[in-house]
Design a binder for this molecule. Sequence first.
Ligand SMILES: Cc1cc2nc3c(=O)[nH]c(=O)nc-3n(C[C@H](O)[C@H](O)[C@H](O)COP(=O)(O)OP(=O)(O)OC[C@H]3O[C@@H](n4cnc5c(N)ncnc54)[C@H](O)[C@@H]3O)c2cc1C
Length: 440
Amino acid sequence: MTQQPLSVGIIGAGATGIAAAWDLANAGHRVTIYEAGAEIGGLAAGFKAPGWDWHLEKFYHHWFETDTDIKAILQEMNLWDNVIFPRPKTSYWIDGKIYRSEISPSAVFLPIGPLATARMGAWGAFLKLKADGLDLEQYTAHEWMLSHMGKAAYDKFFRPLLIGKFGDHYQQVNMAWMWARIRARSLRLGIYKGGFQAALNAMAARVQSAGDVTIHLNTRVERINWADGQPVLETGGGAQRYDRVLSTTSPNLLLKMTGDALADSLYGQQVGALQSIGAVCVVLALDQSLLTDGTYWLNLPATSADKRSNRFPFLALVEHTNWLPRQHYGDDVIVYCGDYVPADHEYFTLSEDELTRRFVDVLHHFNADFRPSWIKRSWVFRAPYAQPVPGVNHSKNIPPLKTPMPGVYWASMSQVYPWDRGTNFAVEMGRRVAGQIMAE
Ligand SMILES: Cc1cc2nc3c(=O)[nH]c(=O)nc-3n(C[C@H](O)[C@H](O)[C@H](O)COP(=O)(O)OP(=O)(O)OC[C@H]3O[C@@H](n4cnc5c(N)ncnc54)[C@H](O)[C@@H]3O)c2cc1C
């Protein structure tokens, strides 16, 4: 190393923070990570119930075969051999029936007719093969998909997907986001043996053995301040000065921690204008299979941005153990009922019992034999910042990784673009910001 070692304080031990720490530690810098939660992993963290040998993600998670950045870092850490890529079945629920989502001989029987199916297939192939889709950001996904895929395909497949994921914002999302989503998908889906929590724990252990890295769990940074020309991190336990600070938190939390220092700046206004939506997951451990056709991921139709007028109160029904063997989870069948809603939606304030009851109430539609007595255990997870909403020409609205506060950097899901947020892109961004910190 030609440079003097820097002391770097990182806020957040999610994939971004861990990846940044890896490059900083390998270059000889001193890294301290502060994590408000009780474990490593952030949104990708998992939990283990008694009798399980694998962690289960609080929110469904998988990697695509196109995720090259997570592959590269796991290879560098000698951990890639622990990743497996089973091929699950993903499907749509349309007019009371389950349809496989990938192109297959049965695709000609889609409920939109062969011509509309062929048109949708042709434009789908165009998007899949298009190497760079950033130019599509000038259109909304709503207008582009409607005019290219046709009304039948849009109404049956893409409008429900957009509404389900973005609610009221569904007509604002740009077409580059939709392109990236289609481009990145793969049929086989990857997971680390033991779950994402095991991956992030193993990565954190490698980061700690690579150099001078300390991780403080259960330690919330309250404020990013300034003293003698250097950033200072304030926690309940005191204040610590660093040469550089990296925050990997949501836009709101960044603004809260920096207070007046950023709020009135152009940068602060840009951060404040970023839009996002939250996520909720009810996780059920059942004693028998719900989706007996073997479907892992079932997309449910959302016809109205007002979730209450939809037939189903959530967007995705995911039978995790139709992808991974239930033996890893003490022979439990694991089912996620997941939805995306704004952070002020009632799903964030309803009691866990009430939310679970509302979701469980519709499960008999997918299996007439289902009885609530099948449920052995259940959990509720909620994340108010879960999915950025990229509007038209979004690339011009993304705040840079370097903030106007000297020595302070910010890298979050809101700066991942046009790709949909994911641990792969968190790793890419974490390493990019580490490079920038070291270069400056
Ligand atoms: C429903 C859902 C499904 C997803 N599906 C997938 C998927 O299939 N595949 C995939 O790869 N990705 C998926 N993702 C996205 C993935 O989880 C994120 O992209 C990734 O975890 C982001 O990592 P991060 O480090 O940037 O942020 P985070 O994981 O949010 O980490 C930030 C960390 O900062 C901590 N923190 C916040 N404030 C403070 C503070 N003041 N002091 C100290 N610490 C603080 C938080 O506790 C958190 O641990 C999904 C996300 C959701 C919500």
